[in-house]
Design a protein around this ligand. Sequence first.
Ligand code: AMP
Length: 442
Amino acid sequence: MKESKKIPKLRAKDDLLQSPKGMRDLIGNDFYLFQGFFEKAAEVALYYGFQPIETPILEKEELFNRSVGEGTDIVSKEMYTLKTKGGDRLALRPEFTPPIMRAYFEHGMQSWPQPVMFYSFGPVFRHDNPQKGRYRQFYQFNLEILGTQKSIADATIIMIVYTILKEVGLKDISVQVNSIGDGECRGIYKRELTNYYKKHLKDVCADCRERLKINPLRVLDCKNPICQPIKDLAPESIASLCPACKLHFREVLEYLESMNIPYEINSNLVRGIDYYTRTAFEIVLTPDPRTNPEEQVVPLALAGGGRYDGLAKILSGKKELSAVGAGIGVDRVLLQENYTKLSPRIIKKPKVFFIQLSLDAKQKSFEVIEALRKSRIPLAHSLSKDSLSIQLALAEKQEVPFVIILGQKEALENTVIIRNMDNRSQDTVKIDKLAEYLKKNI
Ligand code: AMP
Protein backbone atom coordinates (compact mmCIF):
# COMPACT_ATOMS: atom_id res chain seq x y z
CA MET A 1 0.00 0.00 0.00
CA LYS A 2 1.20 3.46 -0.84
CA GLU A 3 2.26 5.36 2.23
CA SER A 4 0.12 8.46 2.64
CA LYS A 5 2.04 11.70 2.92
CA LYS A 6 1.52 13.61 6.11
CA ILE A 7 -0.21 16.86 5.26
CA PRO A 8 1.32 19.81 7.12
CA LYS A 9 -1.13 21.64 9.34
CA LEU A 10 -2.35 24.85 7.74
CA ARG A 11 -1.22 27.97 9.47
CA ALA A 12 -3.76 30.58 10.42
CA LYS A 13 -3.73 33.27 7.75
CA ASP A 14 -2.83 36.08 10.14
CA ASP A 15 0.20 34.07 11.29
CA LEU A 16 1.49 33.99 7.73
CA LEU A 17 1.26 37.76 7.66
CA GLN A 18 3.72 38.11 10.55
CA SER A 19 7.50 38.00 10.33
CA PRO A 20 9.25 35.05 12.05
CA LYS A 21 9.82 35.40 15.80
CA GLY A 22 12.81 37.59 16.67
CA MET A 23 13.02 39.01 13.14
CA ARG A 24 11.59 42.29 11.96
CA ASP A 25 11.06 44.62 9.02
CA LEU A 26 13.02 47.84 8.92
CA ILE A 27 10.87 50.51 7.35
CA GLY A 28 11.39 54.22 6.71
CA ASN A 29 13.18 55.88 9.59
CA ASP A 30 14.20 52.57 11.18
CA PHE A 31 15.91 51.57 7.96
CA TYR A 32 17.62 54.95 7.69
CA LEU A 33 18.83 54.72 11.30
CA PHE A 34 20.68 51.50 10.51
CA GLN A 35 22.08 52.87 7.25
CA GLY A 36 23.19 56.06 9.02
CA PHE A 37 25.09 54.01 11.58
CA PHE A 38 26.70 51.78 8.95
CA GLU A 39 27.84 54.81 6.96
CA LYS A 40 29.38 56.50 10.00
CA ALA A 41 31.12 53.34 11.18
CA ALA A 42 32.39 52.58 7.66
CA GLU A 43 33.75 56.11 7.40
CA VAL A 44 35.70 55.74 10.66
CA ALA A 45 37.00 52.31 9.53
CA LEU A 46 38.04 53.65 6.12
CA TYR A 47 40.00 56.52 7.68
CA TYR A 48 41.85 53.94 9.77
CA GLY A 49 42.82 52.04 6.62
CA PHE A 50 40.22 49.23 6.64
CA GLN A 51 38.68 48.08 3.37
CA PRO A 52 35.20 46.70 2.79
CA ILE A 53 34.35 43.05 2.32
CA GLU A 54 30.99 41.37 1.87
CA THR A 55 30.80 37.61 2.27
CA PRO A 56 27.75 35.40 1.60
CA ILE A 57 25.11 35.25 4.33
CA LEU A 58 25.13 31.45 3.96
CA GLU A 59 28.31 29.43 4.48
CA LYS A 60 29.06 25.74 4.85
CA GLU A 61 27.74 24.63 8.23
CA GLU A 62 31.03 22.89 8.94
CA LEU A 63 32.86 26.25 8.82
CA PHE A 64 31.04 27.28 11.99
CA ASN A 65 30.95 23.85 13.62
CA ARG A 66 34.70 23.70 13.46
CA SER A 67 35.51 27.29 14.27
CA VAL A 68 32.95 28.46 16.77
CA GLY A 69 33.06 25.03 18.40
CA GLU A 70 30.58 22.20 18.95
CA GLY A 71 30.29 22.88 22.69
CA THR A 72 29.16 26.49 22.31
CA ASP A 73 25.58 27.75 22.51
CA ILE A 74 25.98 29.34 19.10
CA VAL A 75 26.60 26.01 17.38
CA SER A 76 24.66 23.64 19.61
CA LYS A 77 21.49 25.69 20.02
CA GLU A 78 21.47 28.90 18.04
CA MET A 79 22.58 28.22 14.48
CA TYR A 80 20.09 28.23 11.60
CA THR A 81 21.06 25.37 9.34
CA LEU A 82 19.58 23.97 6.17
CA LYS A 83 20.11 21.24 3.67
CA THR A 84 20.06 22.40 0.05
CA LYS A 85 18.30 20.50 -2.72
CA GLY A 86 21.75 19.32 -3.79
CA GLY A 87 22.40 17.88 -0.32
CA ASP A 88 24.90 20.49 0.97
CA ARG A 89 24.56 21.58 4.55
CA LEU A 90 24.69 25.34 4.93
CA ALA A 91 24.21 27.75 7.84
CA LEU A 92 23.08 31.35 8.10
CA ARG A 93 26.08 33.16 9.51
CA PRO A 94 25.93 33.43 13.31
CA GLU A 95 28.95 35.77 13.15
CA PHE A 96 31.38 37.32 10.69
CA THR A 97 34.83 36.10 11.69
CA PRO A 98 34.94 32.54 10.24
CA PRO A 99 33.62 33.67 6.80
CA ILE A 100 36.21 36.43 6.67
CA MET A 101 39.01 34.07 7.52
CA ARG A 102 37.69 31.66 4.89
CA ALA A 103 37.78 34.50 2.35
CA TYR A 104 41.36 35.37 3.41
CA PHE A 105 42.62 31.92 2.46
CA GLU A 106 40.33 31.44 -0.53
CA HIS A 107 41.70 34.59 -2.17
CA GLY A 108 45.33 33.94 -1.27
CA MET A 109 45.58 37.03 0.90
CA GLN A 110 48.69 35.57 2.54
CA SER A 111 50.53 37.13 -0.42
CA TRP A 112 49.04 40.59 0.15
CA PRO A 113 50.89 43.13 2.30
CA GLN A 114 50.13 42.17 5.90
CA PRO A 115 48.10 42.82 7.90
CA VAL A 116 44.89 42.80 5.87
CA MET A 117 42.22 44.98 7.46
CA PHE A 118 38.54 44.51 6.67
CA TYR A 119 35.27 46.00 7.76
CA SER A 120 31.89 44.51 6.96
CA PHE A 121 28.32 44.80 8.14
CA GLY A 122 24.96 43.15 7.75
CA PRO A 123 22.57 40.65 9.31
CA VAL A 124 23.64 37.85 11.64
CA PHE A 125 21.36 34.99 12.77
CA ARG A 126 21.12 33.26 16.13
CA HIS A 127 18.16 31.23 17.37
CA ASP A 128 18.16 32.84 20.79
CA ASN A 129 15.27 33.80 23.08
CA PRO A 130 14.11 37.19 21.84
CA GLN A 131 13.88 40.08 24.34
CA LYS A 132 14.69 43.78 24.26
CA GLY A 133 18.06 44.11 22.52
CA ARG A 134 18.16 40.43 21.61
CA TYR A 135 16.89 39.30 18.23
CA ARG A 136 17.20 36.24 16.06
CA GLN A 137 18.18 38.35 13.07
CA PHE A 138 20.33 41.23 14.24
CA TYR A 139 22.93 43.48 12.68
CA GLN A 140 26.64 43.73 13.30
CA PHE A 141 29.35 46.07 12.16
CA ASN A 142 32.49 44.02 12.08
CA LEU A 143 36.23 44.76 11.98
CA GLU A 144 39.09 42.32 11.46
CA ILE A 145 42.88 42.71 11.27
CA LEU A 146 44.40 39.54 9.81
CA GLY A 147 48.09 38.67 9.61
CA THR A 148 49.71 40.17 12.70
CA GLN A 149 50.46 39.08 16.24
CA LYS A 150 51.30 42.58 17.39
CA SER A 151 49.51 43.97 20.40
CA ILE A 152 48.95 47.26 18.58
CA ALA A 153 46.42 45.45 16.37
CA ASP A 154 44.37 44.42 19.43
CA ALA A 155 44.53 47.97 20.76
CA THR A 156 43.58 49.42 17.37
CA ILE A 157 40.47 47.23 17.16
CA ILE A 158 39.39 48.22 20.68
CA MET A 159 40.12 51.86 20.00
CA ILE A 160 38.15 51.98 16.72
CA VAL A 161 35.12 50.26 18.23
CA TYR A 162 35.28 52.69 21.14
CA THR A 163 35.67 55.66 18.76
CA ILE A 164 32.69 54.59 16.63
CA LEU A 165 30.48 54.27 19.71
CA LYS A 166 31.62 57.68 20.97
CA GLU A 167 31.14 59.27 17.53
CA VAL A 168 27.51 58.16 17.51
CA GLY A 169 26.90 59.85 20.83
CA LEU A 170 27.16 57.07 23.44
CA LYS A 171 28.37 58.48 26.73
CA ASP A 172 28.76 56.07 29.60
CA ILE A 173 30.59 53.21 28.02
CA SER A 174 33.57 51.28 29.25
CA VAL A 175 35.92 48.70 27.89
CA GLN A 176 36.14 45.40 29.76
CA VAL A 177 39.25 43.50 28.86
CA ASN A 178 40.94 40.24 29.76
CA SER A 179 43.54 37.84 28.42
CA ILE A 180 42.88 34.11 28.24
CA GLY A 181 46.37 33.22 27.03
CA ASP A 182 47.48 31.17 24.06
CA GLY A 183 47.05 27.47 23.25
CA GLU A 184 49.40 26.50 26.06
CA CYS A 185 48.74 28.71 29.05
CA ARG A 186 45.04 28.60 28.29
CA GLY A 187 45.18 24.81 28.70
CA ILE A 188 46.80 25.24 32.11
CA TYR A 189 44.13 27.72 33.09
CA LYS A 190 41.30 25.45 31.91
CA ARG A 191 42.69 22.66 34.09
CA GLU A 192 42.96 24.94 37.11
CA LEU A 193 39.45 26.22 36.65
CA THR A 194 38.10 22.69 36.20
CA ASN A 195 39.85 21.48 39.36
CA TYR A 196 38.47 24.39 41.31
CA TYR A 197 34.90 23.83 40.06
CA LYS A 198 35.13 20.09 40.66
CA LYS A 199 35.56 20.88 44.33
CA HIS A 200 32.28 22.86 44.27
CA LEU A 201 30.12 20.75 41.96
CA LYS A 202 27.24 20.56 44.41
CA ASP A 203 27.09 24.36 44.73
CA VAL A 204 26.74 25.19 41.02
CA CYS A 205 23.87 24.90 38.56
CA ALA A 206 23.30 21.88 36.28
CA ASP A 207 24.30 23.95 33.23
CA CYS A 208 27.69 24.71 34.76
CA ARG A 209 28.26 21.04 35.56
CA GLU A 210 27.58 20.33 31.87
CA ARG A 211 29.77 23.23 30.70
CA LEU A 212 32.62 21.89 32.76
CA LYS A 213 32.63 18.73 30.67
CA ILE A 214 32.38 20.39 27.24
CA ASN A 215 33.86 23.87 27.48
CA PRO A 216 34.98 24.76 31.03
CA LEU A 217 35.68 28.45 30.33
CA ARG A 218 31.96 28.92 29.74
CA VAL A 219 31.23 28.52 33.47
CA LEU A 220 32.44 32.10 33.81
CA ASP A 221 29.63 33.29 31.49
CA CYS A 222 27.00 31.82 33.85
CA LYS A 223 24.42 34.36 35.03
CA ASN A 224 22.68 32.04 37.51
CA PRO A 225 22.83 33.70 40.98
CA ILE A 226 23.54 30.38 42.73
CA CYS A 227 26.87 30.11 40.85
CA GLN A 228 27.88 33.70 41.67
CA PRO A 229 29.81 33.04 44.94
CA ILE A 230 31.79 30.20 43.32
CA LYS A 231 32.49 32.29 40.24
CA ASP A 232 33.66 35.25 42.36
CA LEU A 233 36.42 33.17 43.94
CA ALA A 234 37.41 31.24 40.81
CA PRO A 235 41.05 31.40 39.66
CA GLU A 236 41.75 34.20 37.19
CA SER A 237 43.14 33.55 33.73
CA ILE A 238 45.76 36.30 33.93
CA ALA A 239 47.42 34.50 36.83
CA SER A 240 48.20 31.57 34.48
CA LEU A 241 49.57 33.61 31.56
CA CYS A 242 52.98 32.61 30.20
CA PRO A 243 55.58 35.43 29.97
CA ALA A 244 54.88 36.13 26.25
CA CYS A 245 51.10 36.37 26.80
CA LYS A 246 51.64 38.51 29.89
CA LEU A 247 53.80 40.94 27.90
CA HIS A 248 51.25 41.05 25.07
CA PHE A 249 48.46 41.87 27.53
CA ARG A 250 50.54 44.54 29.25
CA GLU A 251 51.28 46.18 25.91
CA VAL A 252 47.57 46.21 24.95
CA LEU A 253 46.74 47.93 28.25
CA GLU A 254 49.55 50.45 27.77
CA TYR A 255 48.26 51.35 24.32
CA LEU A 256 44.77 51.85 25.75
CA GLU A 257 46.17 54.10 28.46
CA SER A 258 48.17 56.14 25.98
CA MET A 259 44.98 56.63 23.92
CA ASN A 260 43.02 57.61 27.05
CA ILE A 261 40.57 54.77 26.66
CA PRO A 262 39.06 53.88 30.02
CA TYR A 263 39.18 50.14 30.66
CA GLU A 264 38.60 47.63 33.41
CA ILE A 265 40.12 44.18 33.66
CA ASN A 266 37.28 41.68 33.89
CA SER A 267 38.61 38.27 34.78
CA ASN A 268 35.23 36.65 34.02
CA LEU A 269 35.42 37.75 30.42
CA VAL A 270 36.43 34.67 28.50
CA ARG A 271 33.88 34.78 25.65
CA GLY A 272 32.27 31.50 24.84
CA ILE A 273 34.02 30.79 21.57
CA ASP A 274 36.81 28.24 21.29
CA TYR A 275 39.11 30.05 18.92
CA TYR A 276 39.87 33.10 21.04
CA THR A 277 43.43 33.49 22.30
CA ARG A 278 44.98 36.23 24.42
CA THR A 279 42.89 39.41 24.30
CA ALA A 280 39.13 39.23 24.88
CA PHE A 281 37.12 42.41 25.25
CA GLU A 282 33.63 43.82 25.43
CA ILE A 283 32.24 47.33 25.47
CA VAL A 284 29.38 47.75 27.91
CA LEU A 285 27.34 50.60 29.32
CA THR A 286 28.88 51.78 32.58
CA PRO A 287 26.45 50.87 35.38
CA ASP A 288 24.65 53.88 36.78
CA PRO A 289 26.32 54.70 40.15
CA ARG A 290 22.92 55.78 41.55
CA THR A 291 21.54 52.24 41.23
CA ASN A 292 21.87 49.94 44.18
CA PRO A 293 24.55 47.36 43.23
CA GLU A 294 22.24 44.54 44.34
CA GLU A 295 19.56 45.65 41.87
CA GLN A 296 21.91 46.24 39.01
CA VAL A 297 21.25 44.01 36.03
CA VAL A 298 24.21 42.72 34.07
CA PRO A 299 24.52 45.20 31.20
CA LEU A 300 24.08 43.83 27.70
CA ALA A 301 27.30 44.15 25.76
CA LEU A 302 27.25 46.66 22.91
CA ALA A 303 30.29 45.18 21.20
CA GLY A 304 32.75 42.39 21.72
CA GLY A 305 35.78 40.82 20.18
CA GLY A 306 39.24 39.49 20.66
CA ARG A 307 42.28 37.81 19.21
CA TYR A 308 41.89 34.48 17.45
CA ASP A 309 45.34 33.18 16.60
CA GLY A 310 44.00 29.63 16.92
CA LEU A 311 41.28 29.85 14.27
CA ALA A 312 43.27 29.28 11.07
CA LYS A 313 44.68 26.02 12.34
CA ILE A 314 41.28 24.84 13.57
CA LEU A 315 39.86 25.51 10.10
CA SER A 316 42.65 24.31 7.86
CA GLY A 317 44.51 21.81 10.01
CA LYS A 318 47.90 23.35 9.19
CA LYS A 319 47.78 27.05 8.30
CA GLU A 320 48.88 29.57 10.91
CA LEU A 321 47.44 33.07 11.00
CA SER A 322 47.30 35.63 13.77
CA ALA A 323 44.27 37.87 13.75
CA VAL A 324 42.07 40.05 15.92
CA GLY A 325 38.57 41.41 15.38
CA ALA A 326 35.35 42.70 16.86
CA GLY A 327 31.63 42.99 16.22
CA ILE A 328 29.39 45.89 17.20
CA GLY A 329 25.76 44.98 17.98
CA VAL A 330 24.09 47.72 15.95
CA ASP A 331 20.51 47.01 17.13
CA ARG A 332 21.62 47.56 20.74
CA VAL A 333 23.55 50.73 19.92
CA LEU A 334 20.49 52.24 18.24
CA LEU A 335 18.39 51.50 21.34
CA GLN A 336 20.60 53.69 23.54
CA GLU A 337 19.18 56.96 24.83
CA ASN A 338 22.20 59.00 23.81
CA TYR A 339 22.43 57.60 20.32
CA THR A 340 22.68 60.49 17.86
CA LYS A 341 20.29 59.79 15.04
CA LEU A 342 22.44 59.86 11.93
CA SER A 343 20.85 60.15 8.53
CA PRO A 344 22.48 58.26 5.70
CA ARG A 345 23.71 60.36 2.80
CA ILE A 346 21.17 58.84 0.46
CA ILE A 347 18.16 60.43 2.14
CA LYS A 348 17.55 63.89 0.88
CA LYS A 349 14.64 65.95 2.01
CA PRO A 350 12.52 66.67 -1.09
CA LYS A 351 12.93 70.20 -2.40
CA VAL A 352 10.05 70.07 -4.86
CA PHE A 353 6.69 68.40 -5.08
CA PHE A 354 5.79 67.38 -8.58
CA ILE A 355 2.11 67.58 -9.50
CA GLN A 356 0.94 65.82 -12.62
CA LEU A 357 -2.53 66.43 -14.06
CA SER A 358 -4.10 64.50 -16.94
CA LEU A 359 -2.89 61.44 -18.80
CA ASP A 360 -0.68 63.43 -21.19
CA ALA A 361 1.10 64.95 -18.21
CA LYS A 362 1.59 61.56 -16.55
CA GLN A 363 3.28 60.35 -19.72
CA LYS A 364 5.57 63.37 -19.81
CA SER A 365 6.29 63.16 -16.13
CA PHE A 366 9.26 60.81 -16.50
CA GLU A 367 11.08 63.48 -18.53
CA VAL A 368 10.66 65.89 -15.64
CA ILE A 369 11.71 63.34 -13.02
CA GLU A 370 14.78 62.37 -15.07
CA ALA A 371 15.80 66.03 -15.48
CA LEU A 372 15.60 66.51 -11.70
CA ARG A 373 17.41 63.26 -10.90
CA LYS A 374 20.27 64.13 -13.26
CA SER A 375 20.61 67.49 -11.54
CA ARG A 376 20.38 65.79 -8.12
CA ILE A 377 17.29 67.66 -7.02
CA PRO A 378 15.23 65.36 -4.74
CA LEU A 379 11.50 65.37 -5.32
CA ALA A 380 8.31 63.99 -3.89
CA HIS A 381 5.25 63.13 -5.94
CA SER A 382 2.13 61.04 -5.99
CA LEU A 383 1.79 58.49 -8.75
CA SER A 384 -1.83 57.77 -8.07
CA LYS A 385 -3.53 61.09 -7.38
CA ASP A 386 -5.06 63.18 -10.16
CA SER A 387 -6.65 66.13 -8.42
CA LEU A 388 -4.74 69.41 -8.14
CA SER A 389 -6.08 70.26 -4.70
CA ILE A 390 -5.18 66.86 -3.20
CA GLN A 391 -1.67 67.03 -4.61
CA LEU A 392 -1.23 70.64 -3.41
CA ALA A 393 -2.31 69.57 0.06
CA LEU A 394 0.31 66.80 0.00
CA ALA A 395 2.95 69.35 -1.03
CA GLU A 396 1.95 71.66 1.85
CA LYS A 397 2.26 68.74 4.27
CA GLN A 398 5.80 67.99 3.12
CA GLU A 399 6.79 71.66 3.47
CA VAL A 400 8.62 71.79 0.15
CA PRO A 401 9.76 75.22 -1.09
CA PHE A 402 8.64 74.61 -4.72
CA VAL A 403 5.87 72.82 -6.55
CA ILE A 404 6.14 71.84 -10.20
CA ILE A 405 2.82 71.55 -12.02
CA LEU A 406 2.46 69.70 -15.31
CA GLY A 407 -1.03 69.86 -16.84
CA GLN A 408 -2.33 69.02 -20.29
CA LYS A 409 -1.50 72.45 -21.76
CA GLU A 410 2.04 72.38 -20.33
CA ALA A 411 2.56 68.81 -21.57
CA LEU A 412 1.71 69.92 -25.12
CA GLU A 413 4.05 72.91 -24.85
CA ASN A 414 6.89 71.03 -23.14
CA THR A 415 6.72 73.36 -20.18
CA VAL A 416 5.96 73.20 -16.47
CA ILE A 417 4.64 75.73 -13.99
CA ILE A 418 6.86 76.34 -10.99
CA ARG A 419 5.13 77.69 -7.92
CA ASN A 420 7.12 79.23 -5.09
CA MET A 421 5.33 77.97 -1.98
CA ASP A 422 6.52 80.88 0.16
CA ASN A 423 5.25 83.82 -1.86
CA ARG A 424 2.89 81.87 -4.19
CA SER A 425 4.52 83.44 -7.30
CA GLN A 426 4.52 81.26 -10.43
CA ASP A 427 6.75 80.95 -13.50
CA THR A 428 6.36 78.89 -16.64
CA VAL A 429 9.59 77.19 -17.65
CA LYS A 430 10.57 74.89 -20.55
CA ILE A 431 11.23 71.32 -19.35
CA ASP A 432 14.75 71.39 -20.77
CA LYS A 433 15.48 74.56 -18.75
CA LEU A 434 13.87 73.25 -15.56
CA ALA A 435 16.99 72.01 -13.81
CA GLU A 436 18.84 75.23 -14.60
CA TYR A 437 15.95 77.30 -13.22
CA LEU A 438 15.71 75.30 -10.01
CA LYS A 439 19.46 75.33 -9.42
CA LYS A 440 19.40 79.12 -9.62
CA ASN A 441 16.35 79.54 -7.41
CA ILE A 442 16.49 76.76 -4.81
P1 AMP B 1 29.32 38.42 19.73
O1 AMP B 1 29.55 38.05 18.28
O2 AMP B 1 28.52 37.43 20.50
O3 AMP B 1 30.55 38.87 20.41
O4 AMP B 1 28.40 39.70 19.66
C1 AMP B 1 28.87 40.97 19.32
C2 AMP B 1 27.80 41.95 19.68
O5 AMP B 1 26.61 41.64 18.92
C3 AMP B 1 27.35 41.87 21.12
O6 AMP B 1 28.18 42.65 21.93
C4 AMP B 1 25.95 42.41 21.04
O7 AMP B 1 25.95 43.82 21.08
C5 AMP B 1 25.46 41.96 19.69
N1 AMP B 1 24.58 40.79 19.80
C6 AMP B 1 24.91 39.51 20.07
N2 AMP B 1 23.83 38.72 20.06
C7 AMP B 1 22.76 39.51 19.78
C8 AMP B 1 21.35 39.29 19.61
N3 AMP B 1 20.82 38.08 19.70
N4 AMP B 1 20.58 40.36 19.32
C9 AMP B 1 21.10 41.60 19.19
N5 AMP B 1 22.41 41.86 19.33
C10 AMP B 1 23.24 40.85 19.61
